[in-house]
Design a protein around this ligand. Structure first.
Ligand SMILES: *[C@@H]1O[C@H](CO)[C@@H](O)[C@H](O)[C@H]1NC(C)=O
Ligand SMILES: *[C@@H]1O[C@H](CO)[C@@H](O)[C@H](O)[C@H]1NC(C)=O
Ligand SMILES: *[C@@H]1O[C@H](CO)[C@@H](O)[C@H](O)[C@H]1NC(C)=O
Ligand SMILES: *[C@@H]1O[C@H](CO)[C@@H](O)[C@H](O)[C@H]1NC(C)=O
Length: 471
């Protein structure tokens, strides 16, 4: 039996290699790492696409997806769509399961400026309404729903959202619906988004939502630092996510961890948990390197952050919540973070406001508990920490160890500003506020990471040749 399967498999690979229109025969070898390799590969040009920056290619992408769907069946390994060098103008298109989109290093997907190319969808159930406008939202440039086993990768190829018109419409209050993301994948499992450059997103860059088992690796994300809501990566109601080796300059949080908004998020009740963020470099002068919230009503738990560098960024790790949010942020661990030129090194607020609508329950208080930091160095900092819990709902279990903050020349007189918070510190300079009393050095280990690693930590990628299953 095993032998027969093997023969069929080899035959399939052979067929795949010999099939006409194979991009690689024109382009040489592709070699990359992925959660899955594919049994079949085709090029975007096989579906009539033209990479001149002018021809609309939405139909070519749609044709590709409907043709390649046949390879998704069990055992076949699915299909790869290769995007060669060129400028490929396109509107929003939808992905399929068991599928890899691979961008050549000189391939640029250019988002169409024509509003007709952007279908409108309902608001997310955990948000109840769109962020820009209540009515609904434009579908993201690359969209996926109810999928399994999807890879979007490349040799650092580019996806350019050409967001300037969208930002102008937002600022001019001319939007009927909420702006589109560059990439959104919902209700899906086993995802990889890696080795790409994302430019000028109309709204958030990458939004995995209601999904699990996600690897995000090697992304360069760039948007003007004053562009509105151009978050880098927003894991939202997702389980088991690993974000690593990313470089982000943006107009909003580099990574924003979310799980739904007020009464809608509480009702939907889908947390973000088991999240790893490591080796992130962030520049975001008006926002945070990593934000938890403000939409956190489904809960955020078990977050591990390590080796993050923030430069000219407003705050490092920022917890933002409000009365009416409900939910929780707990078991957050941060180590080896380096910060240069910051307004606040540490920031937490329970007074963020921005409720979804007036129907929120003011008695729905968020639980913020078990936030651990260690081995942190920051320099040129205006205020070391602004920590504000909610009156009658303090943020507890805050632990900080081995933290050195060098204040800027024009720093505020009070480096720490604390209210309604509880916790401990050890080896922290400048001396923390009295709500976080200083302990002896042997207490340093209280802020350590848990011993047990998260499941996604151990997921290893396969080596694919030409995107194919390696015989
Ligand atoms: C992305 O590129 C880096 C550096 O070129 C490489 O080491 C890594 O394996 C690539 N990742 C994937 C998932 O292909
Ligand atoms: C995906 O599945 C969800 C939940 O089962 C369903 O509500 C939704 O309509 C599906 N979406 C699409 C685009 O297929
Ligand atoms: C990818 O391209 C971006 C934009 O050109 C560049 O800044 C970045 O260094 C490149 N990354 C890699 C790994 O080559
Ligand atoms: C304190 O943090 C610094 C910077 O990460 C690190 O080099 C040092 O080893 C840490 N010290 C202890 C005692 O853990």
């Amino acid at each position: 039996m095993a032998q027969a399967v093997k023969v069929i498999f080899s035959a399939m690979i052979l067929v795949a290699f010999l099939s006409p229109g194979r991009a690689e025969s024109r382009r040489g070898w592709l070699e990359y790492s992925a959660i899955s390799c594919r049994g079949h590969s085709a090029s975007l040009v096989d579906f009539g696409a033209v990479g001149d920056g002018k021809t609309m290619n939405t139909k070519a992408f749609e044709r590709a997806m409907s043709e390649l769907r046949q390879y998704a069946s069990e055992g076949g390994g699915g299909a790869q769509l290769y995007v060669p060098a060129g400028k490929w103008l396109t509107g929003s298109f939808s992905l399929i399961s068991h599928f890899t989109l691979f961008l050549h290093k000189d391939a640029v997907l250019l988002a169409s400026q024509d509003m007709k190319e952007w279908p409108v969808m309902e608001a997310l159930p955990s948000y109840g309404r769109g962020r820009d406008a209540a009515a609904g939202r434009y579908r993201s440039l690359i969209f996926g729903a109810n999928l399994t086993d999807v890879v979007i990768t490349g040799d650092n190829g580019t996806i350019d959202g050409q967001g300037a018109d969208w930002w102008a419409r937002f600022r001019g209050k001319k939007l009927k619906y909420t702006r589109p993301h560059l990439i959104e994948i919902m209700y899906s499992h086993h995802l990889q988004i890696s080795n790409l450059t994302l430019l000028h997103s109309p709204f958030w860059n990458l939004h995995p939502v209601y999904s699990s088992n996600i690897i995000i690796q090697g992304l360069t994300i760039i948007a003007p630092v004053n562009s509105p809501n151009t978050d880098g990566i927003d894991p939202d109601s997702c389980t088991n996510t690993r974000i690593e080796d990313c470089y982000i300059i943006s107009g909003d949080d580099c990574v924003a961890v979310k799980s739904g908004w007020d009464e809608y998020g509480i009702k939907f009740g889908w947390p973000t948990k088991q999240l790893i963020i490591r080796r992130l470099t962030c520049i975001s002068p008006y926002s945070a390197a990593i934000a938890l919230g403000s939409e956190m009503s489904g809960g955020i738990q078990d977050v591990r952050v390590e080796d993050v560098t923030a430069i000219k960024t407003e705050s490092g790790i920022k917890i933002k919540t409000a009365r009416g949010r409900g939910g929780y942020v707990k078991d957050v661990y941060v180590k080896r973070m380096t910060m240069h030129t910051m307004k606040w090194a540490f920031f937490m607020t329970g007074d963020y406001g921005s409720n979804a609508d007036n129907n929120f329950d003011p008695k729905a208080l968020p639980l913020i508990k078990g936030i651990h930091y260690r081995d942190i160095v920051a320099e040129d900092v205006t205020t070391a920490a602004l920590l504000r819990g909610i009156s009658g709902d303090p943020f507890t279990g805050i632990c900080m160890a081995n933290v050195t903050i060098r204040m800027s020349a024009g720093a505020k007189k009070h480096s720490w500003s604390c209210k309604n918070v509880e916790g401990m510190t050890s080896g922290v300079t400048p001396l923390p506020c009295h709500l976080l009393p200083h302990q002896q050095p042997e207490k340093l280990s209280a802020c350590n990471f848990p011993e047990k690693s998260l499941p996604i930590d151990n997921l290893e990628l396969k080596k694919c040749f030409n995107g194919m299953i390696h015989a």
